[in-house]
Design a protein around this ligand. Structure first.
Ligand code: ATP
Ligand code: MG
Length: 346
């Protein structure tokens, strides 16, 4: 991964979904699914994105790729602002920006052979001709790339396991040689034993192809191994963003600290001592987010200003960003021991 080589820059991106109601079907509110997020992704980098269900991860991924039209904000891909481009210009760039999904089965046409599924993007984008030997060679190459025997190209999606189907989905997403892939929970539906295989494959492919990933997951354990940096989302906003190791060793936001405390530690002795800091309640509705800091209703440290003033998303150390009034340079032990104990529910 090259330093300071920004591939994608997201600036204050928002995506609100209108809520319509009443007899006249007027807009009566909005779901603030993504509410002003900013970060960069470098060439060949994996940025992990975590947060609870409904915090806006998928919407963020889709808005970045312009599969949802952003409400406001900018997305620069190779220095070009996607939000200002025409549909046709976006289409031209589409091969470079791909997406893979949690359930590959839902996105693989069950009536198409694996060969057709993997080669289809090349035909649709007019890069290779249907039935050509060039296309067949490329499909063979892609199957080998994801560790599958090329004889499988004649088979159909239902003949494969979940892990193999995800490999087929990955091969398809790589067919156009993208430089960026939004990976929306690609391992969440797989057995734990298969998850590691798919993560290793994606890491190998990244090294070979210099592709960047936005790797979305519910919890930190799923992004721990693959991410270079991690962005933590809560209710449509970014709470913290930093290097992977810093996030695990010195998390500054109380929300990150709670997510972190849920990650099992491989060493049994340390695992026995691990204190879980479990948040009370569910996240509020993004249609009616809390005032001030959106996390204040669940935060064990809330003070008066957290209720009234929205914290700035600030760079507290070089490359370490946090949106919390109370985070200071000193770091990780912001939540006092007593609070951790008081918050433990199991
Ligand atoms: N097309 C849509 N129309 C209206 N509301 C939507 C739409 N898509 C998402 N939302 C709402 O936006 C919010 C964020 O949803 P999103 O799917 O992005 O969250 P997520 O973090 O990906 O959740 P999960 O972890 O469950 O996949 C939710 O409140 C959701 O109900
Ligand atoms: Mg999602």
């Amino acid at each position: 991964m090259s330093e300071n080589n920004v591939l994608l820059r997201v600036q204050n991106l928002k995506k609100y979904f209108p809520i319509v109601g009443g007899l006249l079907g007027r807009q009566i509110g909005a779901v603030k699914a993504v509410d002003g997020i900013s970060f960069d992704i470098k060439r060949g980098e994996t940025l992990g994105m975590v947060g609870e269900s409904g915090c806006g991860k998928s919407t963020a991924g889709r808005a970045i790729l312009q599969l949802h039209q952003p409400t406001s904000g900018k997305v620069f891909f190779e220095d070009k602002d996607l939000t200002q481009m025409s549909g046709e210009d976006i289409r031209q760039l589409r091969p470079k920006m791909q997406m893979i999904f949690q359930d590959p089965y839902a996105t693989l046409n069950p009536r198409h052979s694996v060969g057709k599924i993997i080669g289809e993007p090349l035909v649709i984008h007019g890069i290779m001709k249907k039935g050509s030997s060039e296309l067949k060679d490329r499909v063979v190459e892609l199957l080998e790339l994801v560790g599958m025997d090329p004889v499988y190209m004649r088979r159909f999606p239902h003949e494969f396991s979940g892990g193999q189907r995800q490999r087929i989905g990955i091969a398809r997403s790589l067919s156009l040689d993208p430089s960026f892939i939004v990976c929306d929970e690609p391992i969440s539906a797989l057995d734990v034993s298969i998850q590691a295989q798919v993560v290793n494959l994606m890491q190998d492919l990244q090294e070979q192809l210099d592709v960047a990933y936005l790797f979305i997951a519910h919890d930190l354990s799923m992004v721990k191994h693959i991410s270079h940096r991690i962005v933590v989302m809560y209710l449509g906003k970014v709470m913290e963003l930093t290097e992977r190791n810093t996030l695990f060793e010195n998390p500054l936001h109380p929300y990150t600290q709670s997510l972190n405390s849920a990650v099992p530690i491989p060493d049994p002795k340390s695992e026995q001592k691990r204190r879980r800091f479990i948040l009370k309640g569910d996240p509020p509705s993004p249609a009616n987010p809390p005032s001030g800091c959106v996390f204040h209703t669940r935060c064990p440290l809330t003070e008066e200003k957290c209720i009234t003033v929205e914290p700035e998303f600030r760079e507290i150390h070089p490359g370490h960003f946090v949106a919390c009034h109370l985070a200071d340079e000193k770091g990780s032990s912001m939540i006092p021991e007593q609070t951790i104990l008081a918050s433990v529910m199991s």
